[in-house]
Design a protein around this ligand. Structure first.
Ligand SMILES: Nc1ncnc2c1ncn2[C@@H]1O[C@H](COP(=O)(O)OP(=O)(O)OP(=O)(O)O)[C@@H](O)[C@H]1O
Length: 255
């Protein structure tokens, strides 16, 4: 089983400390984990620290996988190269080296992500011609084509329409279940989080304030602390938990 835990992790840009004293229990693979928090709380910074792109205090413990098995999909991915979608996924597959000849297994891996994320019909399209949502789906396919065991995705659904959000989150859940990968997704839509993510990690002002089962973390009190918003969490007629926004809290975050 793959797991990831933070032990007193910090991170800084130059002299500016952004992240401090952040610890979590082991986050197990096989299901989706959400990373939530307000703008500038430090979500991308935490991802960069886990991915080894930033230095800082503390330790990131990864069990059951190597650092080489980790993939980080940043918020904005450049898609300006004159490549087709298919070529770009091969390029992502071959980034670890190994020559340009593709084995039958590698070809199957490319076809798998094209199908899994609903972009097979875009295979021959040039990257710069894609829409924002199409680019995001391609970026997800590029990230997962090597079948990584630890996956960090920064707002992977931000450019997707309602149907594609649902479809891609379901595909990511299936990927986690099949591979046992630890998958942490930074998400702003808390209803998506409640529907799709088993565990939630909440970040406020550069610190992980709580990690646990999603519905235990996303209480109205925590949502107020994180976002300065008064809300209710209620069950819809089909029993799914939903967050209903009432409005700005009287005292807002950091005030
Ligand atoms: N390269 C950088 N150099 C210096 N400061 C940075 C850099 N990147 C981010 N920051 C600062 O670090 C803080 C946290 O930014 P970060 O991008 O991690 O937030 P976030 O939670 O991902 O926000 P958002 O939800 O808006 O994407 C912000 O104050 C930001 O200005």
């Amino acid at each position: 089983m793959v797991s990831l835990a933070l032990d007193q992790v910090g991170a800084r840009y130059g002299r500016r400390e952004i992240l401090s004293n952040s610890s979590t229990p082991p986050i197990e693979g096989g299901a989706l984990t959400a990373l939530v928090g307000a703008n500038a709380a430090g979500k991308s910074t935490l991802f960069r620290r886990i991915a080894g792109q930033l230095r800082g205090a503390g330790t990131v413990h990864i069990r059951g996988a190597e650092q080489a098995d980790l993939r980080y999909m940043p918020q904005d991915t450049a898609m300006s190269a004159a490549l087709t979608v298919y070529e770009s996924i091969i390029l992502a597959l071959k980034q670890g080296g190994g020559g340009w000849r593709l084995s039958a297994r590698e070809l199957a891996a490319v076809d798998d992500v094209l199908d899994r994320f609903g972009i097979a019909h875009l295979s021959e399209r040039q990257l710069p011609e894609l829409s924002g949502g199409q680019r995001q789906a391609v970026s997800i396919a590029q990230t997962l084509v090597t079948r990584p065991k630890v996956v960090l995705m920064d707002e992977p659904t931000s450019a997707l329409d309602l149907y594609r959000q649902y479809e891609i989150l379901e595909a990511l859940r299936r990927y986690a279940r099949e591979t046992g990968a630890v998958m942490i997704l930074a998400l702003h839509d808390l209803n998506q989080v409640m529907r799709s993510c088993t565990t939630t990690l909440a970040l406020a002002c550069g610190r992980v304030v709580v990690t646990g089962p999603t519905l235990e973390v996303l209480t109205p009190a925590m949502i107020r602390q994180l976002y300065g918003i008064d809300s209710r969490v209620e069950r819809c007629s089909q029993g799914c938990p939903m967050m209903i926004v009432d409005g700005p809290a009287a005292t807002t975050v950091g005030a």
